[in-house]
Design a binder for this molecule. Structure first.
Ligand code: MN
Length: 208
């Protein structure tokens, strides 16, 4: 297959008790694996596409043949979003990555853009909790290089809109239903305990 499922950088139970082991196993080995397989199948008849990184396919989606365009949006987006998502999280016991160093580049940009970290957090929570149905909440750099909070539907990647994702939260039911059932707000609250701020800062610095 031209695209492959990346391993998790931690154990399936590493995000307990906030995100449970069974959810992680199904989410990674079931859902993410299916996006990878379906993306690979979609580009089978277009080998010139299969050699390109998925970001590149999505950033230039109009150059993807129409017959497979929606499949690439859905499954390429699913592959890219989840590949980033796993890295944006870390064990709450990993010693430090879960706290936002106030002197980090992204912390300073969050403060100057949103006024305070708490205001940013509230804005992000609102985007995550009001996304109707399946989708993602994001902190991204927009086309002008400004930090923004937004959400996308389904597996649409911010890259499709010319944005650079820095931090993302999966609010599909498959991400939380086993543990939280219909209580999306509880899942959103719990998730802040496992955000890998070191990685988020790296994403921000790289996106500049
Ligand atoms: Mn997901």
């Amino acid at each position: 297959m031209p695209y492959t499922l990346p391993n998790l950088p931690y154990a399936f139970n590493a995000l307990e008790p906030y995100i449970d082991e069974q959810t992680m196993k199904i989410h990674h080995g079931g859902h993410h694996a299916a996006y990878v397989k379906n993306l690979s199948t979609a580009v089978e008849k277009h080998p010139e596409l299969a050699s390109k990184p998925v970001e590149e396919l999505l950033a230039n989606i109009k150059s993807v043949p129409e017959e497979i365009r929606q499949a690439v949006i859905n499954n390429g987006g699913g592959h890219l979003n989840h590949s980033m998502f796993w890295l944006m999280m870390t064990s709450p016991n990993s010693g430090g990555s879960g706290t936002l160093p106030s002197e980090s580049e992204v912390a300073q940009a969050i403060k100057s853009t949103f006024g305070s970290f708490d205001t940013f957090r509230e804005t992000f929570i609102k985007a995550a909790s009001t996304r109707f149905g399946s989708g993602w909440a994001w902190l991204s750099l927009d086309n002008s290089g400004k930090l923004i909070v937004h959400s996308t539907a389904n597996q649409d990647s911010p890259v499709l809109e010319g944005k650079k994702p820095i931090l993302g939260l999966d609010v599909w039911e498959h991400a939380y239903y086993l543990k939280y059932q219909n209580r999306r707000p509880e899942y959103i609250d719990a998730w802040w305990h496992v955000v890998n701020w070191k990685q988020v800062n790296e994403n921000f610095v790289k996106a500049q």
